[in-house]
Design a protein around this ligand. Sequence first.
Ligand SMILES: C[S@@+](CC[C@H](N)C(=O)[O-])C[C@H]1O[C@@H](n2cnc3c(N)ncnc32)[C@H](O)[C@@H]1O
Length: 383
Amino acid sequence: MKKNKLGKQTTNLMMAIPNHDDFSRELFVQEFIWKINTEYVNKFKNLFPNGKVSKNSVNLIDVSNQRKALLDNSSGKIWSSLRRIGREWTCEAVGPTVEKQLPDLINRSQSLITKKNKLGSIKLNNNMEIPRYINVDIHLKPGGYFAELCKDDIFAGAEYERTTYLNVNGLFGPKMESLGEVVSNWVKIKNKFYKPKRILEIGCAIGQSTLAWAKAFPDAKVYGIDLSAPMLRYAHSRAESFAIEVHFSQQNAEKTNFKNNFFDLVVSHATLHETSLKALQNIFKECYRILKNDGMMIHNEGKPFRDLKPVDRIIPDWDTHFNAEPFISKMRSIDLADLAHKSGWPKSSTFNDYADELVNKDFKEINDNLNAHYILVGKKKLT
Ligand SMILES: C[S@@+](CC[C@H](N)C(=O)[O-])C[C@H]1O[C@@H](n2cnc3c(N)ncnc32)[C@H](O)[C@@H]1O
């Protein structure tokens, strides 16, 4: 892989590139987090019985009790504090770099999104109501996804691009497109002649997975929605900087303004766990409404608790309590296919699968470390 100023991460026109000292601090934080999340966690996890994958529904009180037992142990306490510190440091390392360059980044964003021959579009909604479930300092990021520091702000997006890369030690790939790549590969392998004409990604954030879908199906018209204006501005400028056409809009996936039967494919990556039980049901209903009669939805998330050993449930549960992602544990305890059925999808039209089992083994490390390739699939028309 070609090395550039950010190591293995591919730079783009919209990215805030750190100076030498800031970059060296970022690299330290990246290494620190990775050690805590792999070597250190494996050492202290050995102090606890592994338990077995249950395949049955998992009681959240049991998960909570396991986490508490672990945090009563001195190694567990140290691990927990270091993990929390690492998460806070990521924002502290990246934030100032973005802030220093913000006026320049906004100028770049504006020139990309106001140019005459641009390919995609953006529609923002000044009256957007941000649901309570996401209006938190998510991942300990001050101001979360929604802080607007100034006019035409893109801070949250620019910060997200680097903090996410550091937090997963680059495992989402040099352009952070691997979730979209894995799931679109799965679609292609499973459905050889499938040619979706309109694709929507809900919770598109900075649009990195959206671009993977646009590349996988270059004849499709691709849309991305999110609740956050600064993330969407960044996503739009970033897509234009790669000369890829995507149509972004600021919308709540629970109730969008798309027409009935509009999309062939609706996808999400790492978004459902940032919502709520009620919102999930609304999102499944909305997907059903906006999909064509032979349309398909695919939601990509981390492994459900029932597919994890008890000791491996502790980390997602830790994130629920200490990384400001309040819905993770609940979502991982739900059978998503069953919930989609309860939200109006015909019983046998939804199923759970693992996208990475069919595709490139290069993604094995991602799944071993992040358990990132679980999918819920819903096919509107029963086949
Ligand atoms: C972790 S990010 C998604 C990352 C991205 N999809 C990827 O592939 O890496 C979750 C995003 O979902 C958005 N989101 C959460 N609830 C939403 C909702 N109800 N409607 C639209 N977007 C939502 C958040 O604003 C956030 O940008």
